[in-house]
Design a protein around this ligand. Structure first.
Ligand SMILES: NC(=O)c1ccc[n+]([C@@H]2O[C@H](COP(=O)([O-])OP(=O)(O)OC[C@H]3O[C@@H](n4cnc5c(N)ncnc54)[C@H](OP(=O)(O)O)[C@@H]3O)[C@@H](O)[C@H]2O)c1
Length: 278
């Protein structure tokens, strides 16, 4: 595998880092898009030691800021021109209510609005490649979410953290499906996955006792990384579009996730949300 250029967000740790390792070993040119440049440099150094045939680059991307997303996308387009694979991996799970720079409830903003914008801005670069693939990290937790526009900018009141995370992951899945329908018959595909219950830093905010109960059921980051690598590079996935797969648990989708009207509605609302940056 050579000259396949893959950008992966949040690649300095967890599922993103495990995936980057596999991509580097496969010989892909890998771009680590991370918010913390010193953590990214450590990851980059470790990845370079793997001795892959491709390059390992770092770009700064803070999904908490749509201005940062815009700057990162501009840099990618100017520096590389085309992109073969975009992996929207970075994400947060937070117990407390916070806002992004543009005032979105933080889980919705970081996990969904910013990756939506990044994808829109990088679509021309993906279309410039011989074949482009977009991969969205959703979650089985999408079952716990509903699309509630009145909560997109929640800044006060009682905060249901799990429902907010669920909403963001449902939005990832609806976006992947809406995009896949739009891209049907073109050179670019859009697919989503649930990585499984994975032992990573994402559970850092959970109460210690809750984490201790969950821990034995979590799978290593290498499991979803194997699936994501296949989705990114394999011939088997070259033609697949609009799929939702799972590295661990069943890939059942909620009724909301299968609702094409809801997906199209959210897509239009999202374009409106990011229009100042398009
Ligand atoms: N772990 C699971 O069981 C599980 C289950 C279902 C879905 N997922 C999904 O899988 C994806 C990866 O999660 P993970 O388990 O690997 O989590 P993780 O170990 O916490 O890694 C998350 C990555 O996202 C980055 N990130 C967080 N906020 C960011 C921001 N504002 N801008 C840019 N990057 C940011 C983190 O950077 P820092 O290192 O700087 O914090 C880190 O690199 C997420 O989308 C998550 O929702 C995970």
């Amino acid at each position: 595998m050579s000259n396949t250029r893959v950008l992966i967000t949040g690649a300095n740790t967890g599922i993103g880092f495990a995936t980057a390792k596999r991509l580097v070993k496969s010989g892909a040119d890998v771009i680590l898009a991370c918010r913390n440049l010193s953590k990214a440099a450590e990851a980059q150094a470790e990845l370079i030691k793997l001795g892959g045939a491709g390059t390992v680059d770092v770009i700064e991307l803070d999904l908490n800021s749509l201005a940062s997303v815009k700057a990162a996308a501009e840099l990618v387009k100017a520096r590389y021109g085309s992109l073969d694979v975009l992996i929207n991996n970075a994400g947060i799970f937070g117990e407390a209510l916070h806002q992004t720079e543009e005032g979105y409830e933080q889980q919705f903003g970081v996990n969904y609005v910013a990756p939506f914008l990044l994808t829109q801005l990088l679509l021309p670069a993906l279309q410039a490649a011989p074949a482009g693939r977009i991969i969205h990290l959703s979650s089985i937790m999408h079952w716990l979410g509903n699309i509630k526009p009145e909560l997109f900018r929640q800044s006060s009141g009682s905060y249901r953290a799990v429902a907010a995370y669920g909403q963001s992951k449902l939005a990832n899945l609806l976006f992947s499906h809406a995009l896949a329908r739009q891209l049907e018959g073109t050179t670019v595909t859009s697919n989503a996955l649930h990585p499984g219950g994975v032992n990573s830093d994402i559970y850092r905010d959970l109460p210690k006792i809750q984490y201790a109960i969950m821990r034995p059921f979590l799978i290593p980051t290498s499991r979803p990384a194997e699936l994501i690598e296949k989705m990114a590079l394999s011939d088997e996935w070259a033609q697949k579009n609009g799929q939702y797969v799972s590295a661990h648990m069943p890939n059942w989708q909620s009724a909301n996730a299968k609702n094409t009207q809801l997906a199209d509605q959210l897509y239009q609302q999202s374009l409106e949300m990011v229009k100042a940056y398009l």
